[in-house]
Structures are given as C-alpha cells and as structure tokens.
Design a protein around this ligand. Structure first.
Ligand code: UD1
Ligand code: CA
Length: 493
C-alpha cells in the first residue's frame, strides 16, 4: 500500500558547512557506503518512488547513486535557501496523496520506522505526521518540539531558549504530509529571522494554526541521528559497525577484539571464521568458513576460500585466495592475483597481477609480478621477477613442479618449463626447457689459507700504542670500554 500512495523526497542539496571539508557530507562513507545511499536503499526496500533534491556538488551525489544503480529522479535546488525551500523546489513532482520527506543525513533509519509513521498517519488521518526522539541534551543542534495547549511547533536549536529536559523531544527530520496541504501552504513558508532560510519545520506550526491533525511517532534516538559534523559521523559509524559485527557474531564468526575491527557492509564471512584484533574486512570481500584472519590484516574487494589462514599484518586487495591456503605474515597480495588451494605465501612476499598454482610455496622475501606460477612450485627465498623494463610489463611463466633456488632474478619475458631446477643465485634471462637444471653464476675461487693471513695482518696493524692500563693514554682504562659520550651525566656514572 505504502508504495501506491506515497512518494519520497530526500533533501540532499545542503552545503554541509559544519563538516568543514568543503565536500557534500552525503558522499561520506559509513562502513564503506556513502551516506546518501543509505536513504535511497531504504526507499528502494520500501518500493517508494524517490526524488532527490540536489545542489551543492550534485555531480558527486549523482555518481554515488549511479554506482549503486538506484532508480531515483533528481530536482535541482540551485541556491541553498533552507529545507523548506528545498521541498518547494520539488513542487512539480508531487503526484501521490502523501509526500514523505527525509533529511539526507540520517543513515541509520530503518524501514520499520517509516512503516510505523505511515500506519500512524493513515490510521489517524493526519495532515502531517513526523518522527520524534527523546534527547534532553541541551547542546544538541536538533529542533525541539514545543507544545502549548493545542499548539504544536518545532523550534530550532539556535532559537530554543527553554528547558531541554522539559522539552526533551527532538525533531528527527522525517515527515509524511498530505499533498493537498503542501499545495495549499508551501507558499506561506516565511524566511526564518535567525537563519534567513525557509524551514520545512514551520509547516508543523502552520498545520497547528489551521487545526489540522498532527501525528507523531517516537523512534530510538540512535536510529534517527542526523550527521552534521565529524563527531556525529564517527558516532553513527560506530553504531553501524557494531550492528554489522553483532550480525556476524550471530552467524558464527568469532571476533577476538570486536571493538577494534572494521567490517564494511556488503562483506560476507563464513561460520567458524576467526577475526583478530585490528582487522579490516572491506567492501565486497567474501571470507569462507573456518578461516583465521589474524591481527592487523586488511582484506579489500577480495575472496578467500574455506579453511585459509591470513597471518598478521597482511594486505590482500582485489585478489582471490583458495581453500586451505596460508598467506603472510607481512605479505602484500594485490591487483587480481589468484592464489590457489593449499598454496603458502610467507613473510615479506609481494604478489601482483599473478597466479600461484595449488600447493605452490613462496615463503620468504620475494616479489612476484605479472607471473603465472604453476602447481607444486617452490619459489626460493629472495626471488624477484623482473617484470618491468622501464616501459612495458612482461610475463614470467613457471610451470608445474619447478624448483626455483634462493635469490633468483627472473628477467621477463621468460618461461621455466615443468620439472626444472634453477640454482640459487641465478639470473634467469633465457627460457629453461623442462627437466633441466639452470645455473647462472660467477665461478667461485677458493684461495686456501688467505683468510688466516688477512686476520694476522689485521691484528698486527691494530696493536695498541700503550699497553699499560694505568697509563692515562690507554684506550682501555675504563674497565676496557672506550667512552665516547659528551653527556656530562653519562660521564659521571
Ligand atoms: C534539521 C531540522 C531540525 C531537525 C534536524 C534533524 C530544519 C530547519 N531543521 O536541522 O529541526 O531536528 O534536521 O536532523 O529543517 N538541505 C537541502 N537544502 C538546503 C538545506 C538543507 O537540501 O537548502 C538538506 C541537507 O543536505 C540535509 C537536510 O536538508 O540533508 C537537512 O539539513 P541540515 O542542515 O542538516 O538540517 P539541520 O540543521 O540538521
Ligand atoms: Ca542535519
């Protein structure tokens, strides 16, 4: 029913001056999702046709909406003259019997709140219905609901001189108004003396004066928090994040230090998975079941199979890790890398735009870029693929069962065919056929006894000038230690 006789208008044109970034606050993200998208998603869930009032940096708002493929119309408010003026700009779009108006800066509103408002509005045949919440804090910047006998009005924080604990209901910024009332009275909104803006909230006083029915519903304050500054943005994101973590806890995920973990919306985590302290699992990531994501690792836009371990301080971005794989600590996997099942990627290994086959290992200090590593390959410590010649990137192919010795430099484009060995310290510039041992090293020369001679020469040259420990010229007079510090305190010890 709600989708049949209600249309929605979201106010998103404001300058966001209190955020002090110069940007429209509605593109700021909470748990990976821009603020404005929370409103459009909510209305999409409720199937209510939606118009967005845009103005300040409207191209950024439109880009966000495009990205999420939300079907909304736009109306421009070219000069930001207040919430009442923003609503006025949408006059031509009013078609349905009831117009639902939402501030764009309240990301935590739930469909249940809108449904409860609609029910109350219809049941009481109200002209205006709006959402309020309890908040007795006098320092908040919300409009307060002031009732005197039959009169009801919303007084903005800047003009409110009363006792906040007495008038402890604030205006949430969600209104459901009969179209006929709007058409009759929108023109009678006057400029506010303090702000010089047109306030949507004055419609409540106008309805009251005209003895129209005004209905309200109460919502928990946390769900209707408006975001004007960075502190409010942080507080709302904490609530959102805590809801996400609670959801995953209920689905079998263990968090060792839940308050120190960041999980975005649109992330999936399988049951039995453990998430350590300081872990970030960001937008679009899917973690399988029974994984361990250890402390201070970050997984973004990536997929991790089941039973895999991501060791501490590892970064995985836009990549895929298979089942039963081990990555890290201190590994960096990025740009479309694919690590297959049971592969082991160890500490200080960077892998970019590459595939690593099943059961392969690169356990220490390597760079693998633009490489296709086959199955059961051993990449020795310190191996580097030289993929960039200064102009172009080239591919390294390492086929199945190859053993690459430590400290190899593999200059791409090059192929090492299956079952081959490369000796430690080799610089591989030519293709290696299968079943071959490739060695590329300088010849070692052993000069017998030469080290001993060098040591003796050195000892002779460093004989002390004075061997008497009591002699003030002796370097070793302070219990054998040569004191070099100029610090007076240090010298007194
Ligand atoms: C508003 C209400 C206040 C309520 C609070 C709830 C008014 C006058 N005051 O105050 O009673 O308690 O929300 O959070 O409405 N906008 C435009 N065009 C404009 C001005 C604003 O589109 O010319 C948009 C903003 O982008 C924002 C929304 O309207 O999304 C609300 O504006 P904001 O400045 O945040 O209003 P508050 O001062 O918070
Ligand atoms: Ca606000």
């Amino acid at each position: 029913m709600i989708e049949q006789n209600v249309q929605a208008i979201v106010l998103a044109a404001g300058k966001s001056t209190r955020l002090k970034t110069g940007r429209n606050k509605l593109i700021e993200k909470l748990c990976g999702q821009p603020m404005i998208v929370f409103s459009t998603k909510l209305l999409e869930t409720l199937k209510i046709p939606t118009t967005l009032v845009v103005g300040h940096q409207q191209e950024l708002i439109k880009k966000c909406i495009d990205h999420y493929n939300h079907n909304v119309d736009f109306v421009e408010q070219d000069e930001q003259r207040g919430t009442g003026h923003a609503l006025h700009c949408t006059k031509e779009t009013w078609q349905k019997d009831h117009v639902l108006i939402l501030n764009g800066d309240m990301p935590l509103v739930t469909p249940e709140i809108i449904q409860a408002l609609y029910k109350k509005h219809i049941d009481s045949d109200a002209t205006i219905s709006f959402v309020m919440a309890h908040n007795a804090d006098p320092s908040t910047s919300y409009g307060r609901i002031v009732k005197n006998d039959d009169d009801i009005k919303i007084v903005e924080a800047k003009e409110f001189a009363g006792d906040a604990s007495e008038h402890c209901c604030i205006n949430a910024g969600i209104y459901l108004i009969k179209k006929v009332f709007l058409e009759q009275h929108i023109e009678s909104l006057e400029q506010n003396e303090t702000s010089s803006e047109y306030h949507i909230t004055d419609l409540v006083a106008i309805a009251s004066k005209n003895n129209c029915t005004i209905s309200t519903i109460s919502a928990p304050f946390d769900y209707v928090r408006g975001i004007n500054n960075h502190h409010e943005l942080w507080a709302a994101e904490q609530i959102q994040r805590s809801n996400i973590i609670k959801y995953w806890m209920e689905h079998g995920v263990r968090f060792s230090v839940a308050h120190n973990v960041h999980i975005d919306l649109d992330v999936n985590i399988g049951p039995g998975t453990y998430v350590g302290c300081g872990v970030h699992i960001l937008y679009g990531s899917h973690i399988g079941s029974n994984c361990k994501i250890h402390e201070y690792s970050s997984v973004e836009g990536s997929e991790i199979g089941n039973d895999s371990h991501v060791m501490p301080f590892t970064i995985i971005k836009n990549s895929t890790i298979g089942n039963h794989a081990h990555v890290g600590p201190f590994a960096h996997i990025q740009d479309g890398t694919f690590i297959a099942d049971r592969a082991v990627i160890g500490n200080f290994v960077e892998i970019k735009r590459s595939t690593v086959g099943a059961d392969s290992k690169a356990k220490h200090l390597s760079y693998i870029g633009d490489a296709q590593i086959g199955k059961s390959v051993n990449v020795g410590a310190g191996t580097i693929t030289c993929n960039f010649d200064g102009k172009k990137k080239h591919t390294t192919i390492v086929e199945d069962n190859v053993f690459i010795g430590s400290n190899n430099t593999i200059v791409a484009p090059v192929t090492i065919e299956k079952n081959s060995f490369t000796a430690a310290g080799s610089t591989i510039t030519k293709d290696v056929p299968s079943d071959t041992l490739a060695i590329e090293r300088g010849t070692q020369i052993n000069k017998l006894g030469y080290a001993k001679k060098l040591r003796e020469d050195e000892e002779e040259a460093s004989e002390p000038v004075c061997k008497n420990v009591n002699d003030p010229r002796s370097k070793t007079q302070f219990m054998g230690a040569v004191r070099t510090t100029n610090d007076p305190i240090e010298n007194d010890i």
